[in-house]
Design a binder for this molecule. Structure first.
Ligand code: AMP
Length: 290
């Protein structure tokens, strides 16, 4: 299947307006490219639910706290276009840097409460950059539905809060994390792992599952939950834990005691590659007694 590549804001707006006049609903899938099956799941969901699907591909400089990470972020537009075509995406908006930021950004969106801990704490300015670019993309595309992965659960919470607080006329749809057979969450950064790091990386998901199991077994104290999970990570000398937290699923503030649904989230370094992952532990599971 073929799709239309659009580079300018004016052309996206014109094409989306035409689709809307034709009575079609609009779905938007924001990405930074280097597309994989995780992005594919978002596109397929959008394809199933919307008349017109717009994918955006833009490596957003203002969300990178480390310049080298931005510089070496994988970019491959021809492969990404083919990928989108195979998933029935109608339009790919892939703007140049100057189209999105003709001048350095002078306005930013901050969601400080949701961004206070975890990735927000360890990557200063990251969520401000994310919220700002997603606000811009939602204003440019003006979709009815916007699709985000649970893989980046704190990002999803930040965007939900922004949409709610600032009355964006869009429904945010969350899509479950797509994983490799050994549990590693798909990520554009996985391809940077050495063979040895790749072998160690599934420990993230194993640790998260141990934490979830501890909660299902009746553990309520967050430190005890972490104590059940961290040995899986400590056993891998190639991994260095940045954070491992049990948090409220909406605010992303760490909890001391589990009461109701929680999300367990971790960030781990493998050499110079940072991996994140998380699992949700629903209220029923956390209120079940051993
Ligand atoms: P990125 O290109 O990394 O900015 O990701 C674009 C979108 O794809 C975000 O909403 C991510 O949460 C989502 N995504 C990335 N990896 C996965 C995955 N393994 N499973 C589901 N969604 C994902």
């Amino acid at each position: 299947m073929s799709n239309v590549l659009v580079n300018t804001i004016a052309e996206v707006r014109a094409r989306v307006a035409a689709a809307r006049r034709a009575g079609r609903s609009i779905g938007c899938v924001p990405t930074m490219g280097a597309l994989h099956a995780g992005h594919g799941a978002l596109m397929e969901r959008a394809r199933a639910e919307c008349g017109t699907v717009v994918a955006t591909i833009f490596v957003n400089p203002i969300q990178f706290d480390v310049q080298a990470d931005y510089d070496r972020y994988a970019r491959n537009l021809p492969a990404d276009l083919a990928f989108c075509g195979e998933r029935g995406v109608d339009m790919v908006f892939a703007p140049a840097l100057e189209e999105m930021y003709p001048a350095p950004a002078g306005t930013f969106v901050d969601v400080p409460e949701t961004a206070q801990y975890l990735c927000g704490q360890h990557r200063p300015g990251h969520f401000r950059g994310v919220a700002t670019v997603v606000a811009k993309l939602l204003h440019i595309v003006q979709p009815d539905f916007a699709y985000f992965g649970e893989k980046d659960a704190q990002q999803l919470a930040v965007i939900e809060r922004m949409v709610e607080d600032l009355n964006f006329p869009v429904s945010v749809v969350s899509v479950p994390t797509v994983r490799e057979a050994d549990g590693l969450a798909l990520s554009s950064r996985n391809e940077r792992l050495t063979a040895e790091q790749r072998r160690a990386a599934p420990a993230l998901y194993r640790a998260l599952q141990s934490a979830r199991q501890a909660i299902a077994d009746g553990v309520r104290n967050a430190e005890t939950v972490k104590g059940a999970a961290l040995p899986a990570l400590a056993a891998e000398p190639l991994l260095r834990v940045e954070y491992f937290e049990v948090v409220d699923p909406r605010s992303f503030h760490p909890v001391a005691e589990v009461a109701g649904g929680v999300r367990i989230a971790t960030a781990v370094w493998a050499g110079s590659t940072r991996l994140i992952d998380n699992v949700f532990c629903p209220a029923e599971e956390s209120s079940a007694r051993a």
